[in-house]
Write a protein of this length. Sequence first.
Length: 275
Amino acid sequence: MTTTSTTDTEVALKAKHRAMWALGDYHAVATELIPALGSVLVEATGIGPGDHVLDIAAGTGNVAIPAAATGAQVIATDLTPELLDQGRADASARGVQVEWQVADVENLPFEDGAFDAVTSCVGAMFAPNHQRTADELVRVCRPGGRIGLIAWTPSGFIGQMFATMKPYVAPPPPGAQPPPLWGDLEHVRELLGDRVSEVEASQQLLHVDRLADPVTFRDYFKAHYGPTIAAYHGLADDPARTAELDQALVDLGERFRSEDGGISWEYLLVVATRA
């Protein structure tokens, strides 16, 4: 187990992230829009009975719950306790056992090589220090174990949503890296380095049809998704800029809407073996 010292700036940033993800209703996003991703990652990582699994930045259990349903022993961690509370309730309703623990992906409270599989589905990508995050992913995975990751790509719909919101939010602190970089395979390879082998990666699409109308998409994210809600909070005293962001998000939805309805969200799926 490692202990990484943190500065006051980093502590404040983590508190800000924790509060941001507690805004709105991420549980709805996870269960209404992207529930399929959890099972995709469980299957790709080869999780099954007897595996000791750590799901980091687990949110409300998108991966942790289906992983536990295979018979694996699962610990789910997240920086935001409110999300874990919702995951705990969902796991109980499904009749599966998951251990829920508040933890920072950049400073995990687990021993080296403690897990057969370490996973994160559009979660770890939001930690500000990518290299520190990758180091922890690798450290807690045993040699021969699997690291399974899903991240939104920079050029895909969600990556472009963050690019659209960027001019309307405060700049990140020095050293913080854009989350969608985790959707760039070369970036991920560089982060993991020669500490992993047998890297399997593919870009895939998640088709979401319930937000086909661009205005519906914008209003849903304004009400449910923490980063979008936080962006609008920052513009609360500026109606002109709020209107600009409103239109920019509608334009984004129009740009990505398919002819047959719905929007395809591109993501990168990576499974690597700990060397």
